[in-house]
Design a protein around this ligand. Sequence first.
Ligand code: C2E
Ligand code: CA
Ligand code: CA
Length: 741
Amino acid sequence: MQSNYESIVPTIREFSGSSISIERYSKILTMVIAGEPLSSILNALVLLIEKEKLGTRASILLLSEDRQRLLTGAAPNLPDDYNSAIHGIEIGHGVGSCGTAAYSGECVIVEDIEHHPFWQAYKALPLQAGLRACWSEPIKDNAGQVLGTFAMYYDTVKSPTRLDLKLIQEAAKLASLAIERSRAFQFQQLAVNIFGHLPVALVTTDDKWSVLEANPALYQTLQLEKLVSFNPFEIFAPSGEIAVRSMLNELSRQQVWQGELATMSGKNQRLDLEVKVTSFSETLGGERRFAWLFNDITERKQANELIRYQADHDALTGLSNRSHLIEKVQQHIDQTNGKQPFGFMLMDLDNFKVINDTFGHECGDKLLVSVAKRLQQQLSPEIHLARFGGDEFALFIPFISDSEALEALAEQWRNALSHSYTLANGQKLYATISIGIARYISDAHNLESLLNCADQAMYIAKSQGRNRYQLFTLRMQQEAERHAKLLSALKLAVINQDFELHFQPIVCIETNQIIRAEALLRWQLDGEYVSPAEFIPIAEANGLIVQIGQWVRLHAMETLIELKNQAIDIGLSLNISTFEMWSDNLQDKLIASFDALGQQLCQGDYPYQGLTLEITESVLMEQHSHLIETLDTLRDKGIKISIDDFGTGYSSLSYLSHFPVDQIKIDKSFVQGADAAKKQQALIKAISSLSQALEVQVVAEGVETEPELAFIRGCGVEAVQGYYFFKPMNKASLFSLLQRQ
Ligand code: C2E
Ligand code: CA
Ligand code: CA
């Protein structure tokens, strides 16, 4: 813009030598500088020229935005009809004086409109308006681009003098000045407007951080009254010196930096800002300036943080959730290249289901919250606690992997948590926890197996009576693997009925005759017998025991018939698992199965009196009225009831008077070594004499030696089972043995 003012100075000086007065032209200049509307300035210019040059009627046309058409600028003394006919006319060679001048960029002098070729197509219009000559000068900007035309019309045929040509050129220059200035002014106005209303804070500074300009949004964002200096180290202090220094370093290498920084507002609130800073220099090689653009993203960040928090935390306890803790542990493993050992624990409230069922879920929830709180109070900050789901918590313990240290922590936490809890409603609960401990690297090389190890250890802690911790051991791993292998093989064996029955004779102590044999289940896996003590509990835990029991009953009952058919008069004992009598329904099924097998084998005339069922004390503990009914029903058929492993359970002799039983088998743990141990002797004697009084037969099992037998003999025991006489044998061996007897 400035250069345009400069260019006008010699112009005015030049006019001063002519008939045109400076004062008049200065009027245009004043209007331009005052920023008056373009139309007023152009109008004034036209009037000025007309006044200067009597008999002329001047007009200014402006080139449209697309540079194709002419639009009315100012022509106050040309007829309206004429002006509106010209408005919008397309420029081109031969489109009157102005259309041609605008098109060619050259001055076009038409002395006689009526006969000039440029006006052939349009002359009716001017002639009607009484216009006969038209001289047109293109108005150009500094760069020589056409902005419009300045024209002088006469009502007579007329050619311009040298001075006229000069006048028309100068008028076009003045118009150019007015147009350019007005457009720049408009642009500036727009820029100021944008700057002022920009919803983003903008501040420009020099390289000493003095504020050059700042928009209202800046003061609003920072909640400041005024700002003299914008030193990034002070402004972005909450982000820390390192962050600011790294931003400035980057800005020294490149023009733009974009990122997030924090500031303190004038009201001393921390604000998170999204910042874009551009460095530039005002003139070539001049001092560096910075334009800082930023907006407040505090709320957006807080909302994001809330969303992230909710995704990572458990709503009830506020602890990290499972996926968050797993993510953290995995991160730790990745960051240390899997080389840093650490500890991991799973904790589970004991009997939480019972608490939930008894006191309601609300109480259960409150208990979980209290446990979480109490546990948190125990933890040092580097330990991460999470609620893994349900009543299970997990602890990630970085840097501690020593088993003794971990056990000490587990014991400390178990002690702290196993307490009574008073809930908000005054309800008092006593809770205990079980803990499984696993160590990263020594127990497991990846997160998944680490969780597995902790889980197995916890399972053992639970199965060993709860309210305790258990460190994962390699043996657990092997046992778990063996357990899984046995279970899947056992399922197959059940389908294929891939079992055998062996028999161990039971001998009458007085006659040394075999009076009965106990049927014992045998199963081979990979060519080797698996101990029933190992696979029976697995079958019990998985419900397979009912089908297996059915198989045993069928084959034992068949064997009894075969014995009868060979005129061998001994009985058979069968083991019945506690799980087969777990419920009333199962007991009914058991009776039904004896009925059905009796029907199948002997059309209902089965010699049930040859059968003895061995049940354990635990059955008697759990069941009551229905069990008595069941046992009565079985005894009515002739089946005898024996209590197996007597003495190992809760051994209450009162069972013997409450339940209809025929026999007890004193467990081998009492029998073995009884010849030497006084206490064992006293117990066996007491059991035997009481049993005799109740008319219950007593059998001793596990007799292995002569001295054991000798001792037993004096105790009133009627029958003996043990390796001293016979080991369990297959059916063929049993039959040949009995035939010899
Ligand atoms: P149990 O019912 O107490 O069976 C007696 C166990 O003691 C048998 O072990 C037998 O081999 C063993 N035994 C007998 N005399 C001696 C001895 O003098 N010394 C020693 N050390 N042991 C002796 P087995 O056959 O390994 O059976 C183990 C357990 O598996 C049985 O204990 C029983 O609880 C269960 N079981 C076996 N067969 C069946 C079955 O068909 N059904 C159910 N439910 N359980 C069965
Ligand atoms: Ca038994
Ligand atoms: Ca036994």
